[in-house]
Design a protein around this ligand. Sequence first.
Ligand code: AMP
Ligand code: SF4
Length: 474
Amino acid sequence: MLAELRGLNEECGVFGIWGHEDAAQISYYALHALQHRGQEGAGIVVTNGEGFQVIKDEGLVNEVFAGNRLNDLKGHGGIAQVRYSSENGRGIENVQPLLFRSTTGSISLAHNGNIVNAVELREHLERQGSIFQTNSDTEVLAHLIKRSSGSLTQRDRVKKALSMLKGAFAFVMLTEDSLMIAQDPNGLRPLSLGKLGDAWVVASETCAFDIIGAEHVRSVEPGELIIINNKGIHSERFAPAADSAMCSMEYVYFARPDSDIDGINIHMARKRCGKRLAREVKIDADVVTGVPDSSISAAIGFSEESGIPYELGLIKNRYVGRTFIEPSQELREKGVKMKLSPVRQVVNGKRVVMVDDSIVRGTTSKRIVTLLKEAGATEVHVVIASPPLVSPCFYGVDISTDSELIATNRSIDEIRELIGADSLTFLSPEAMLESIGRPDTTKNCGQCLACFTGEYPTDIYSDTALPHEKERVR
Ligand code: AMP
Ligand code: SF4
């Protein structure tokens, strides 16, 4: 049970809209822009003020909404999600948004992140008679809302329920008369508010606003609950803001280069990380290449600063899903092979700098070093635009257990040897923070660094960890 729930980490993209007659169509386009955040399931729930309509299924956005299915969704308010889940979180029942119908008020929910005290809350709720339909920690919030005292207003019930959650959560919630948006007290997952004409929109990433022609208004603040209805927009706190801790991996890997998080453009941040690496390490090489797609920005930065020409040394087969999405190690290795090919004419006889955004298990780097050498590269210098990942993520990013991370308990030279590179360089946490350049003056510039340092911005509950990890959990 513990292992099962620990495995439920999700990487998702959420979207919400209120006040637009084509809520479903707009949500559909937004989901396309967020597709990189999860490829295993997609769903849209809309309301026209009287009940809800829902379409959701496993698969890509295109597949889930194939044909004229969208025409069945009519409403002026909607929420939507694309999701990635680990093996245990699979199944149509776990695809979001979740919809809970009730005579005392129905609610639909979608969530990005991971609630670290979900097991504890769930056990408590089950003891009180709640029956859960899914494995998802998102469902815990619905039960908490339902179970709060009947004398409270709906807004107070939602606030009370949210205040019981610990961890990372960016929620979009839909009732027949409102769209509600909530961000956890540390603001661990990105969530931005925008306007589309008179309608309000909210999305995990601002690239979703660009595709629908919406204007970015601001980030949703840590501990904030926003309620949007036909009377307008209302903001309040359900918890005091804690130290801001935006996920660093959003800047490093997840977010699309054309998105901005808290006013920082992702492409520019990654480019600055690449430049910084070029200042810190001098490598005699002939070409710089990046691992498509997430490392291209850092590779361009490295090339610009070092003066070593940038070349297209690796090509990605666009029609294969992200390497990491494959559920088992065996499948992952197959995925890597199918996904990337070296351009022989570029690398043959050359000393190559290969820039990647991160090393998790080491599978990708090892495979690419081999591919480049097989294609004739005389030297391969691996440059990583983030620090070594040494601790698991409990906040919804599938950075697995300590034992699977190549950098846990290994020196840089041992990792270099394992991946077969001629040299290996990482960015230090300080250099990464400076390069990303958030103006935030709070701890770590308002970023979470837990997977790089082992220092978690929230309490970690023992039920979040796998049994063998328990000892290292605070
Ligand atoms: P690995 O092969 O396990 O070392 O994974 C490293 C590759 O996965 C890098 O090329 C990254 O671009 C990518 N990556 C890093 N973090 C994640 C993550 N949390 N989910 C999916 N892919 C990731
Ligand atoms: Fe992001 Fe790492 Fe923090 Fe998880 S532990 S939220 S991946 S920075």
